[in-house]
Design a protein around this ligand. Structure first.
Ligand code: S3P
Length: 426
């Protein structure tokens, strides 16, 4: 994909459905009793991997013109897949489905693409084994994973990482345990599992950084309207701030407190972002955002805000390139185990464009104010790297070429069309 520098960005975009919430709607709909109808489902490759896996497990999932219909079969209604479950590029599919499969009376094997096979699964294997799940992986930590039937027991698990995938995996296994399962985490990660499981009828309680699920809840199918994904809006939030003379309206953006870290960080930098029409959609707060070009100042982000913007840090790094002074990202070591090692991949590619960016073990130091030039850039097959580089390219002095840019279909299939739609050139 060739990205031309833009002189301004103008227009209105409807942000596609939230990836995390779309995954969960299929999963919880499958293990609930009765029908679940999902509107604004994200038709990205990751969510399609979740649909494929649950179809393999015997669930009828119908693509209707305006929605997805899941014929749930209840907590014990899944059936053994004849073939290995393919989670594609999706960490959420792999880790959450493992929690569900741990409670089944049949054996399953799951794996994914080259990136998934390198991502750490010991973070779910350790707690799953602690509740007596039988799970084995390559070198005791990687896909393929094989999960065989066992009787799950309750636990109080203190997770060493703030990870919604780990938390959700254990909570889902907890639905099948013989007594309550409690998970605590060092900082609060996204809470879509808690919100949606509760809406489906599960007995689940949150107290600070601890969540407890009670077994044998009765889940009932329902309607889910998926809010727009702030992780996808992120690219246009940053682009609208850094490209001069810009004004973008982003419709229907989820601003759940456990996801809105990027919004808060950009506001602290002096970004002109206004949230209008704040409302609730299926238990999730959403708004429309107006984003206008702004003079940004460098800041430091660390600690509890990091999990609330972990997927947005590549886009945030691009904003920092256009801020006055230094921006520092700390406590974000998790970036190293995403679809690519995002500390290294962002450093490599932005450096090619002339950015002053220094990788740290747990983050980045970014000096703002250096001009960028166009370059031949690599996405590392990481959707969020491809889109962040496209945003940086809007502000370069010459066009850039992003290789393997088609990976955007993982989370935002129409990203380049949307970018073109709002880009103005002199
Ligand atoms: C997700 C949780 C996060 C995030 C991922 C989606 C989820 O991962 O990076 O894109 O839907 O639960 P971790 O749990 O590894 O932090």
């Amino acid at each position: 994909m060739i990205i031309q520098p833009a002189s301004s960005l103008k227009g209105t975009l409807s942000i596609p459905g939230d990836k995390s919430i779309s995954h969960r709607s299929i999963m919880f709909g499958s293990i609930a009793e009765g029908e679940t109808r999902i509107y604004n489902f994200l038709m990205g490759d990751d969510c399609l991997s979740t649909i494929r896996c649950f179809r393999q497990l015997g669930i009828h999932i119908e693509m209707c013109p305006d929605s997805i219909l899941v014929q749930g079969k209840g907590l014990h209604g899944l059936s053994k897949s004849d073939t290995i479950l393919d989670c594609g590029n999706s960490g959420t599919t792999t880790r959450l489905i493992s929690g569900i499969l741990a409670g089944q009376s049949f054996t399953s094997t799951l794996t994914g693409d080259a990136s998934i096979q390198k991502r750490p699964m010991n973070r779910i294997m350790v707690p799953l084994k602690a509740i007596n799940a039988h799970i084995e992986g390559k070198d005791d930590s990687y896909c393929p994973l094989t999960i065989t039937p066992s009787t799950l027991t309750g636990i109080n698990y203190a997770s060493p990482v703030a990870s919604a995938q780990v938390k959700s995996c254990i909570l889902l296994a907890g639905l099948y345990a013989d007594s309550p399962v409690t998970v605590s985490e060092p900082s609060i990660s996204r809470d879509h599992t808690e919100r949606m499981l509760k809406a489906f009828g599960a007995k689940i309680e949150t107290e600070g950084k601890c969540v407890t699920v009670h077994p044998n809840s009765h889940l009932t199918g329902r309607e889910v309207i998926v809010p727009g994904d702030i992780s996808s809006a992120a690219f246009f939030m940053v682009a609208g701030l850094i490209v001069p003379n810009s004004k973008l309206t982003l419709k229907n953006v989820g601003i759940n407190p456990t996801r809105r870290g990027l919004l808060d960080a950009l506001l602290e930098m002096g970004g002109r972002i206004t949230c209008l029409n704040e409302r609730e959609l299926c238990g999730e707060p959403v708004c429309d955002m107006i984003v206008e070009s702004s003079h940004l100042k460098g800041i430091t982000i660390s600690g509890d805000i990091i999990p609330t913007m972990i997927d947005e840090i590549p886009a945030f790094a691009v904003a920092a390139l256009f801020a006055e002074g230094t921006t520092t990202v700390k406590d974000a070591k998790e970036l190293r185990v995403k679809e690519s090692n995002r500390i290294d991949t962002m450093t490599n590619e932005l450096t090619k464009m002339g950015a002053h960016i220094t990788p740290q073990e747990d983050g980045l130091i970014i000096e703002g104010g250096y001009p960028l030039q166009g370059a031949k850039l690599e996405s590392y097959d990481d959707h969020r790297i491809a889109m962040s580089l496209a945003v940086a390219s809007l502000m370069a002095s010459s066009p850039s070429e992003i290789e393997n840019s088609e990976c955007v279909r993982i989370s935002y299939p129409h990203f380049f069309e949307h970018l073109k739609e709002v880009s103005m050139y002199d």
